[in-house]
Ligand binder design. Structure first.
Ligand code: ATP
Ligand code: MG
Length: 482
């Protein structure tokens, strides 16, 4: 015979049915009565079972703003719950549709073997001003796990989950349109020297939590990053990793599609907080702008037949360097919330000093050719190996050649994908061998070029020596004549 204590203990492991009954009844009653009945069922659960309840109110304490923990729970539940839910609530936030649990809904979740239940509702007390809430119920034996691990997981300690519906905006003229940001790049998968990576992560973490500091020193909460390096060294990949790390939206600004500085300002004002504004290949965008302005000044813009397809599609172009400087400086003064602005370029030397000075581009990061530390990250990502007898050969070859991570990644992509361990190891061996062949070829090219360079230099030196007496003669002759 089961004792009443045991019944309650068992009930505590599955309070779902009780919760569901409460929510269904509440749903079909007038709001005030519904909320009363829901609260009653919750109290019954707490009384009759060894359950613990944690409440996340939408409006907490005296703060007029939304409780961030509530928003985090809402984000988490909207992903988990929307797959199986029958009743969802739709809302528009930052110009996009957000679905979340409707009131008096119950969602069951499981974390490392512990069952938990989330209940949504709206409190009716006068003091709470009809604040919405989420309540979490779980068995008290899981208290430690829930507090230490589950809540951390829900409250987006997992940075990728901070803003699960992150968006990638791009501009058509002066209008932004967006798609869901889905690039999976993270700092873990980014091939870069560990120290440099750590430094960037730290910088981002400090920035994202430094709102109070920026306010105190009277500066806009923004930070500029200049990423420079040859093509295929990971500039765009780093931006995606940054967006995933911070949970920010990304605005990919195509300057060549912007008509003039006024349009640029308009685009800026329409960006939201917690975002990364990216201008890729800033040197080329500015070059393009200069060319188009020159053509316009020369009255050539009418002759559209002479322009390239891309140029023909864009209108006469009036974005100037000072427009961009104002754009950067305006970030923060015309918008609220933190913003990162990121420029990328393959030719840092071409950029105007005013554009990249500290205060505008605060952090300059060089993305460079693939060295051994970066290679190890790629090998782990692509081949799932951390060591291999061929690694020392690759390490030595990478030191002698300038190969981009993009090239290395291409060689490390297995031609067949298999879950079988033996096939994976075989694939790894083949990929590493292929990479070695490519690196050896590159090394040979480097050697030939340096030999060619050497013989050209020797030739020039010899010529110089041969020329010397003649040159002296000419100079002396000139002196004599004068
Ligand atoms: N540092 C890196 N870590 C991981 N993958 C990389 C890295 N660099 C390049 N790759 C791989 O190479 C591809 C091209 O890299 P990416 O687009 O980031 O280069 P980029 O520096 O932005 O080049 P470009 O100057 O031409 O825009 C990526 O999709 C990625 O797969
Ligand atoms: Mg790029």
């Amino acid at each position: 015979m089961i004792s009443p204590a045991e019944i309650f203990a068992r009930l505590g492991s599955d309070i779902g049915p009780l919760m569901f009954v409460g929510s269904i009844i509440s749903h079909y009653l007038p709001h005030e009565l519904g909320s009363y009945i829901n609260a009653y069922f919750q109290r019954l659960v707490l009384f009759a079972t060894p359950c613990i309840q944690i409440t996340f109110n939408e409006l907490a304490g005296e703060r007029p703003t939304r409780n961030e923990a509530y928003s985090a729970v809402e984000n988490y539940l909207s992903i988990m719950y929307s797959k199986e839910a029958k009743r969802l609530k739709a809302d528009i936030k930052n110009n996009s549709l957000v679905l979340s649990m409707d009131e008096y809904e119950v969602a069951a979740d499981e974390f490392e073997g512990a069952k938990v239940w989330w209940v949504s509702g709206k409190s009716c007390s006068k003091t709470d001003t009809n604040s919405s809430y989420y309540k979490l119920f779980f068995h008290k034996r899981h208290l430690d796990l829930i507090i230490r691990r589950y809540l951390t997981h829900v409250l987006k300690e997992e940075p990728n989950l901070r803003n699960p519906r992150r968006k990638l905006y791009s501009n058509m003229g002066s209008r932004w349109s967006h798609v869901v940001f889905q690039n999976p790049a993270t700092f873990q998968t980014l091939a870069m020297e560990p120290e440099k990576k750590k430094e960037i992560i730290l910088d981002l973490n400090v920035f994202s939590t430094a709102g109070g500091f920026y306010a105190r020193i009277g500066r806009a909460w923004k930070r500029g990053y200049l990423l420079f390096g040859p093509p295929g060294t990971g500039k765009s990949t780093l931006i995606s990793a940054m967006a995933n790390h911070l949970g920010y939206d990304t605005y990919d600004l195509d300057l060549t599609a912007v008509e003039d500085n006024t349009e640029l300002r308009k685009l800026l004002i329409e960006t939201s907080g917690k975002s990364i504004i990216v201008i890729e290949d800033i040197d080329r965008a500015l070059d393009f702008s200069g060319q188009m302005r020159k053509r316009k000044a020369n009255g050539e813009q009418e002759d559209m037949g002479r322009l390239g397809i891309q140029e023909r599609e864009t209108k006469p172009y009036q974005v100037t360097l000072s427009g961009i400087l104002n754009f950067i400086d305006g970030l923060g003064s015309s918008c609220c919330g933190e913003r990162l602005i990121v420029f990328t370029t393959n030719h840092v030397e071409k950029l105007d000093a005013a554009l990249i000075r500290k205060g505008r581009m605060d952090k300059h990061i060089e993305l460079s050719y693939c060295r051994f530390e970066a290679f190890k990250v790629l090998a782990k990502n692509y081949l799932e190996i951390e060591a291999h007898p061929l690694f020392p050969t690759i390490c030595s070859l990478l030191g002698k050649t300038n190969t981009t991570p993009a090239d290395v990644a291409e060689h490390l992509t297995p031609k067949t994908i298999s879950g079988d361990v033996e096939t994976c190891l075989e694939n790894a061996e083949i990929c590493l061998q292929n990479l070695i062949k490519a690196l050896e070829k590159e090394e040979e090219n480097v050697r030939l070029k340096s030999e060619e360079g050497g013989s050209v230099r020797n030739h020039q030196l010899k010529r110089k020596k041969l020329m010397m007496p003649q040159d002296h003669l000419i100079i002396n002759e000139k002196r004599a004549r004068s």
